[in-house]
Write a protein that binds this ligand. Structure first.
Ligand code: MN
Length: 302
């Protein structure tokens, strides 16, 4: 997904508004996404077969909203598991997610699609990494045929043992060798593992999706992340792909999802308020930079 004027489209993770994707939740999620001013909604496909593709597609068509899709594998569907049965279940889940994403008209599927999303008690193995790589190679090829880009999101050490940094993700997709793979960076995870602005600059040639989240996954600007440096870096590399706001509170998400991500508190109770705040926060930082960037180009050396 690329905006015509090369400005990033700004979206929001659906779980800011709803805990699942039943018909009622889909209707509410899409409506709230629209009302709070976003260009697209990121639909979680943790359980792809539960998504009613026809009704969600109709909702998207009615509202003119675009969709992206994401998921994290579990220890039961871990494609980096040496147990072939587990890894195969993971591949099936990714295939199903891909079909649903395509059915929804989404052109992006990303997330923790190379290991379980959870705390490992031991380091990744060479065999596990190889298994995850071979599965992703097949998924990326299938996705390319469906015009869906696939994003590899490195996450912090407590949520995967395989890819924790931007450079690890780049190396991994180089190993897979599919032109249909991009790196998906998340400010919350980068803030734990590396210096976010430098990581973004270093990933310039591979970056295809960005999650914006605060250090405590709550309101933007009320944690410790240096978003000025991050938006400077995104504009400097002329990033024009999607940017999605991600924030989780036990006020909304399910117990299972909360436990997987170690969300034990309510950084907020009103999803629409945190969504509106984030939309304005991101818009202000993009617009000031893109306007001044365009200005400096037109008055520049040429
Ligand atoms: Mn993320």
């Amino acid at each position: 997904m690329r905006s015509a004027n090369a400005r990033p489209l700004v979206g929001i993770h659906a779980l800011v508004f709803v805990s699942g994707w039943s018909q009622e939740e889909a209707t509410r999620g899409v409506r709230l996404c629209r009302e709070t001013g976003y260009d697209f909604i990121e639909i979680p496909l943790l359980d792809p077969t539960s998504v009613d593709v026809a009704s969600t597609s109709a909702l998207l068509d009615e509202t003119g909203l675009e969709a992206t899709c994401s998921l994290g594998l579990s220890f039961d569907t871990d494609t980096s598991a040496v147990d072939l049965e587990v890894a195969t279940r993971g591949e099936r889940l990714l295939e199903q997610a891909l079909e649903v994403a395509h059915g929804l008209g989404a052109h992006y599927l990303g997330g923790v699609i190379y290991s379980a999303m959870g705390k490992y008690m031991e380091p990744a193995t060479v065999a596990g990494r190889r298994a995850a790589r071979e599965i992703l190679k097949r998924i990326a090829a299938r996705a390319e045929a469906l015009d869906v880009r696939v994003g590899v999101e490195p996450v912090n050490r407590y949520e995967s043992n395989l890819l924790n940094t931007s450079s690890q993700a780049i190396e991994f997709i180089q190993d897979v060798g599919s032109p249909n793979l991009v790196v998906h960076l998340d400010t919350y995870h980068m803030n734990i593992e590396e210096e976010p602005a430098s990581a973004i600059r270093a990933a310039a040639d591979y970056l295809g999706y960005v999650h914006v989240g605060e250090s405590n996954r709550g309101y933007l600007g009320r944690g410790t992340i240096d978003f000025e440096a991050i938006f400077d870096a995104l504009v400097a590399i002329k990033y024009a792909g999607p940017i999605a706001f991600e924030s989780f509170s036990t006020a909304v998400i399910s117990q299972d999802f909360a436990s997987a991500l170690a969300v034990w508190r309510e950084p907020w109770t009103d999803g629409t308020d945190v969504a509106r705040h984030a939309r304005e926060f991101i818009r202000a930082r993009l617009e000031s930079r893109i306007t001044s960037d365009a200005g400096s180009e037109s008055h520049g050396k040429k």
